[in-house]
Design a protein around this ligand. Structure first.
Ligand SMILES: [Zn+2]
Length: 297
């Protein structure tokens, strides 16, 4: 195997590539706009790989994280929010375009892998990684390997109903997946923004400062949100019993939520003492490219 691993993070608006050496140091990092159409995307990725290989090694391995999953039966993308990717045999087409083997994985799984291998949860056996952003993603890593499952949906925590639901949480919000009351609808970034400033508000920027200054609406919003996140984490503990849960995405930067989430998680987990670590991610925005690179372990 090559000493160099290329990791690509495919986002809705941008594509990022990084080259890691065998120690995990990033040698180069490059970002381009996502062209937004399928054929142009394949061409763009091939160019980026060629560029990165020219700077590192002509046989550097290629891993890619996508906002969806490859269906094992059809070999096509499903569940991608960039809907033009759905139904396309992306992995096979990319291998043809690059002339080499490519490993494709869900982006939340890449995040969890990055944090488990050499991030906040390094050395832990079972790691659950969560991305709290415009949506809510989850990924499971066991012994430094992503756990994917029969349908490649293991860890899709965002589309389980919020547990231990309260009367005031009805009527349950509808989710794009077709169900009601999904964790994603309660814990995505815009859900916190709406708790704070009402419908239409998209950003949580400034909420922590407002709470520190005693803003009642900010304090209340954070209290409701962290209590729900604690319940949702307790569900993970009861189901998977991980060594660590690592939070990523914009909301994970709110330092104040960690102690309160731990407290609620402990109350709902079915064990007298809950030692599951709740950690902030170490690699931040780099987790996507790093985890994709580590798909070639
Ligand atoms: Zn859903």
């Amino acid at each position: 195997m090559s000493d160099y691993r290329l990791g690509i993070d495919l986002g809705g608006t941008k594509i990022e590539i990084a080259a890691l050496d065998s120690k995990g140091d990033i040698l180069l990092r490059h970002r381009e706009a996502n062209p937004g159409t399928y054929d142009a995307l394949l061409v763009k990725i091939a160019e980026m790989v060629q560029f990165a290989r020219a700077k590192t090694s002509p046989v550097a391995t290629v891993g890619i994280g996508i906002p969806g999953a490859i269906d094992a039966r059809t070999r096509c993308v499903k569940n991608a929010n960039a809907t033009w990717l759905n139904g396309k045999p992306f992995g096979d087409d990319l291998e043809r375009a690059l002339g080499c083997a490519v490993r494709v994985e869900n982006d939340a799984n890449c995040f969890a892998l990055s944090e488990a291998i050499d991030g906040a949860a390094k050395g832990r056996k079972i790691v659950f990684g969560v991305i709290l952003g415009s949506g809510v993603g989850g990924g499971i890593v066991v012994n430094n390997e992503p756990l994917t499952g029969l349908h490649h949906i293991a860890g899709e925590w965002g589309h389980i109903p919020l547990p231990w639901v309260r009367a005031e949480e009805f009527p349950m919000p509808k989710c794009f997946c077709g169900n009601e009351g999904c964790i994603e609808r309660f814990l995505c970034g815009s859900a916190l923004a709406e708790l704070w400033k009402g419908p239409g508000e998209r950003s949580t920027h400034g909420i922590e400062l407002a709470a520190e200054q005693g803003d009642a609406a900010a304090l209340k919003a954070l209290d409701i949100y962290t209590e729900r996140l604690g319940r949702a984490c307790a569900l993970v503990v009861n189901m998977l019993d991980p060594d660590a849960i690592v939070l990523g995405g914009g909301v994970s930067n709110l330092e104040g939520l960690y102690p309160r989430v731990r407290e609620v998680m402990t109350r709902y987990a079915i064990t007298p003492e809950c030692n599951t670590e709740l950690l902030k991610n170490m690699h931040g925005d780099s987790s996507g490219v790093r985890g994709a690179a580590w798909l070639w372990g």
